[in-house]
Ligand binder design. Sequence first.
Ligand code: NAD
Length: 289
Amino acid sequence: MKKPAKKSSKKPATKPLASFTGPLVLLGAGKMGQAMLDGWLGRGLKAQKVIALDPNPSKDIKATAKRGVKVNPKAGPRAKADAQAIVVAVKPQMAPDAVPPLGLYVGKSTLVVSIMAGRTIAFLEKALPPGTAIVRAMPNTPAAVGRGISVAVANKQVTTKQRKLASDLLSAIGKVEWVGDEGLIDAVTAVSGSGPAYVFLLVEAMTKAGIAAGLPPELAYRLARETVAGSGELLHQSTLDAATLRKNVTSPGGTTAAALNVLMGPAGFDKLLGEAIAAATKRSQELAG
Ligand SMILES: NC(=O)c1ccc[n+]([C@@H]2O[C@H](COP(=O)([O-])OP(=O)(O)OC[C@H]3O[C@@H](n4cnc5c(N)ncnc54)[C@H](O)[C@@H]3O)[C@@H](O)[C@H]2O)c1
């Protein structure tokens, strides 16, 4: 088999957030909020510039307070501060209660970036002061290792400078794509937002199938996990596309061909993933508001 050529890996500027003047308000410091905060601090954002609002702060967030992040600072007459950016990372179901109080931090040049599934720009425009600049984005959990992908869409109020800021904030956790049509975000959510879960489920299913084929459970899990992780890394480093990499595993009349006859058959991956992604897209549309 031909060795796949490695892609050239041009590194982006490493500290694009070092000059961020702040404040940056993070609403919701759970799995995604924490991953983003770690990414920002890694890209040079000064911890003192961050205000994290979360009624149930995790141990990790409390630890960032020791580095200077202001976690749930006391409200009061002097609490009003025009944020340079606000990132909304609460569950979409919390949004009607959690988003309107952010008005306290919105000034003329504030950019609001929401990563909530489903919640539309129209919902955010209604919940925030008139004229607020808003970016709706959909990242995914490989953000926690800087290998996520986010798709973003901006409202009319977002300036070129604010778009660059949104790109800097999102590229701290991986790749960034922009679209002009907000209607695409539901399908984006179904493919890349929820997508990591499908890949982890593949590991679970391969483990079960390996056990059913006679392997000891721990070995079955190690084989499934390393195969998915290694294949992901091969795909990442290779210049070859997924179909070619698949064909490189498949000898005519061999074992892989026997398995692919099932997986590429009428009840195989295409049908199942088609249905799964349609269900996730529909759910994203239902969460709108
Ligand atoms: N997890 C994912 O794969 C993923 C991917 C892309 C986008 N998202 C979106 O990111 C958002 C957060 O998801 P998550 O997985 O990090 O959830 P999470 O449950 O880990 O985090 C949500 C956080 O919000 C906090 N919270 C609840 N009410 C609040 C309030 N009123 N004010 C401030 N904070 C409040 C919770 O204490 C929690 O820490 C969701 O809107 C989700 O749709 C998640």
